[in-house]
Design a protein around this ligand. Structure first.
Ligand code: HEM
Length: 350
């Protein structure tokens, strides 16, 4: 009997194939997708998912050559960028993929917020989403530090210093992240493990839970477009995913070739550069901390994070008190505008 024969498999892996295919058919292929999801901004949930899978692929390829030691890290990144065949391309895909993933997660969150899709019964999935945002930003922060150039080294030092200001657990968190009091070889090892294993595993579990919850609830109705009907996941919605993937790959590949990520100068722990700046997605936080004393800034950020995580319940409270007032839109609009302004101001500042 050949391995191409179904019986060969049934004898060795005795499961009910009809049942398995039936489950896949019902859970994936026939999954009803509401018609309002044909709008382009509803693709912002699938986009970070696709980018996560692409990041895992390019990240694994980079690991073939990356060496997580203070002596070798910068040199191994230089080697990838300049000597390894197509190394610059894979590094560029990973770098731009990370930036696009962060943009996509923010856009997805904005779409969920402004379509008020976090309301009952989806509050817990919003909370899972805020964890996904945290994990995605942690991937960006830890990944940046691995390059081990002057800017990334000092951004890591300043970034972890900030953690020290967190009330109660700050110092414990700082030594946990750094693997000691100062940024050392231990820090690089830890950041490597966080970036390669720990945080991706958490992201994977969170994404699985997030999608499971979406399956339980179905996608929320869009206000004013209720009852427009459904279409099956396959082939239309699946094909949309294929188009998004091809589009992302084209954009990432073009950026990797036209605007390759910088190499910078090797990290020098003895020489603090004049300007230390984090990556653009922390500019809003960085800008805020320039204007207010550090303790006030960290407390404000912590308060903002708590409001973000529990927003669905806070929104319920506002609605019970003032049913007609669009308080959510006002607060969301103000926070989004302030974040955008602070980010653009830092982008333009030399
Ligand atoms: C890696 C990050 C994330 C991935 C891969 C992801 C993926 C998805 C997908 C595929 C959907 C289905 C609907 C759609 O495509 O728009 C969805 C819905 C949802 N997401 Fe996310 N998401 C992420 C982050 C977030 C964040 C940061 C939030 C909010 C804080 C969030 C909150 C929600 C909620 C509440 C829904 C249900 C929306 C509805 O039913 O209309 N997600 N997510």
């Amino acid at each position: 009997m050949s391995v191409f024969n179904k019986e060969w498999w049934v004898t060795r892996v005795p499961v009910d194939y009809e049942k398995v295919i039936g489950v896949i058919r019902d859970l994936v292929i026939k999954e009803p997708i509401p018609v309002h999801m044909k709008r382009w901004y509803y693709a912002m949930g699938a986009t970070p998912l696709i980018l996560f899978l692409l990041q895992v692929t390019t990240g694994l390829l980079l690991t073939f050559y990356y060496v997580p030691s203070p002596e070798m890290a910068y040199e191994s990144v230089r080697h990838i960028s300049q000597d390894v065949p197509l190394g610059y391309w894979v590094r560029g895909l990973h770098y731009w993929g990370a930036n696009l993933m962060i943009i996509a997660v923010f856009l997805h969150m904005i779409r969920v917020f402004f379509t008020r899709a976090y309301r009952k019964p989806r509050e817990l999935n919003w909370i899972l989403g805020t964890m996904l945002l945290g994990a995605t930003l942690t991937m960006g922060f830890t990944g940046y530090s691995l390059t081990y150039n002057q800017l990334s080294y000092w951004a890591t030092t300043v970034g972890t210093n900030l953690v020290d200001q967190v009330p109660l657990i700050g110092h414990w968190l700082l030594t946990f992240m750094r693997g000691g009091e100062t940024v050392s070889a231990n820090t690089l090892t830890r950041f490597f493990v966080f970036h390669e294993l720990f945080v991706p595993a958490i992201l994977f579990i969170l994404i699985a839970l997030h999608i499971f919850m979406i399956h339980l609830h179905g996608v929320a109705e869009l206000e004013g477009h209720e009852g427009e009907g459904y279409y099956p996941f396959y082939p239309d919605h699946f094909l949309k995913g294929v188009y998004v993937t091809l589009f992302l790959l084209t954009v990432m590949s073009s950026l990797a070739v036209l605007l390759p990520p910088a190499l910078g100068q090797p990290a020098n722990p003895a020489q603090t550069p004049l300007h230390i700046k984090p990556e653009w997605y922390f500019y809003a936080v960085y800008g805020l901390l320039k204007w207010v004393p550090i303790k006030v800034g960290v407390t404000l950020i912590m308060a903002g994070l708590i409001v973000m995580v529990f927003w669905p319940f806070i929104d319920d409270w506002f609605r019970a008190k003032w049913p007609k007032a669009p308080i959510g839109y006002a607060i969301g609009g103000a926070v989004a505008t302030l974040t955008l302004v602070l980010t653009v101001v830092e982008l333009l500042a030399k």
